[in-house]
Design a protein around this ligand. Structure first.
Ligand code: PAF
Length: 281
């Protein structure tokens, strides 16, 4: 496994693979890797000749009062995990290499990035899309892999790829969960024992909502109320948003039609967690 910290060497790695007609799979991450990330890397290894994983905590996607400084970092542990699954290259650029002092160009998505998570994190998707576009330009993969846990992110990235004609296949894989259903997330490390017990309320709420929909309930208000009740039963949890939305446009619906995505964000103590489930026809 090669560890690459320069943009030039990363591009040269990809040029060489492409010159040999080898396919490149890419898994962008911010490190603190868990089974969710590893499932993406394993899939990439099974579908591509070369797999590149990036580790870069992107300051652009954190708001001024968010957790950039304390975001978990564990390069040694991450490299050990990746080397056990045949990753070919780890791209871990320095901050200054990605954003020089005159950096000023961003990808802005007018509507998608302002709804749901964008309401409480108004600059988040601008940061995500900008870094993902930069990484795609540097790595030039044939396929890029993302987890469904970050549902709005996957919709925004697919939209960016389509709108800007980026020649990459965006692959979205199912959320990997703990035994009790909590979606795996690097931020789960912030939870105290009692918060960890409460944290599963979001998945339970989404599951309760999806069961109502499956049984024929079509009023979004009724479904959201049900989900809200489940979250409010957990002492340390507070709803940021819960919604039933169109899976592509992310617009909220009053009358649910299938397929629908039930999406939510809750604060458990000071930690903000997101999750979603989709209900198909
Ligand atoms: O999902 C993440 O970990 C990040 O948003 C991503 C896609 C690596 C961009 O920094």
């Amino acid at each position: 496994m090669t560890i690459i910290d320069s943009i030039e060497r990363m591009s040269a790695f990809s040029d060489e693979a492409r010159a040999k007609s080898l396919s490149i799979g890419f898994v962008p991450t911010m490190g603190a890797l868990h089974e969710g990330h590893l499932s993406l890397a394993r899939r990439s290894c099974s579908e591509n000749d070369r797999t590149v994983v990036s580790i870069f905590v992107n300051p652009l996607q954190f708001g001024p009062r968010e957790d950039l400084d304390r975001y978990p970092r564990d390069m040694e542990g991450d490299l050990a995990k990746l080397s056990s699954i045949r990753t070919d290259a780890v791209f871990a650029p320095a901050m200054e290499a990605m954003y020089n002092e005159r950096f000023e160009t961003h990808v802005i998505q007018e509507n998608l990035s302002m709804m749901l998570c964008g309401v409480s994190r108004p600059t988040h998707f601008r940061g995500v899309l900008t870094v993902v576009l930069k990484l795609l330009n540097i790595v030039r993969p044939h396929r890029a892999y993302f987890g469904q846990k970050d549902y709005q992110q996957t919709v925004a990235i697919r939209r960016m790829a389509r709108d800007l004609n980026i020649p990459v296949n965006i692959v979205v894989l199912p959320t990997v969960r703990e035994r009790d259903g909590l979606a795996m997330s690097s931020r789960n490390r912030y939870l105290s024992d009692s918060e960890r017990r409460d944290a599963v309320c979001l998945y339970r709420a989404l599951t309760a909502g999806s069961e109502l929909v499956r049984r024929g309930e079509r009023s979004a208000r009724v479904v959201v109320q049900k989900m809200r009740g489940v979250v409010e039963n957990a002492p340390s949890a507070r709803v940021d948003y819960l919604a039933a939305v169109d899976p592509d446009s992310l617009e909220s619906r009053e009358e649910i039609s299938l397929p629908v995505a039930l999406v939510g964000a809750v604060y458990v103590g000071a930690t903000r967690l997101i999750d979603n489930v989709t209900v198909e026809e």
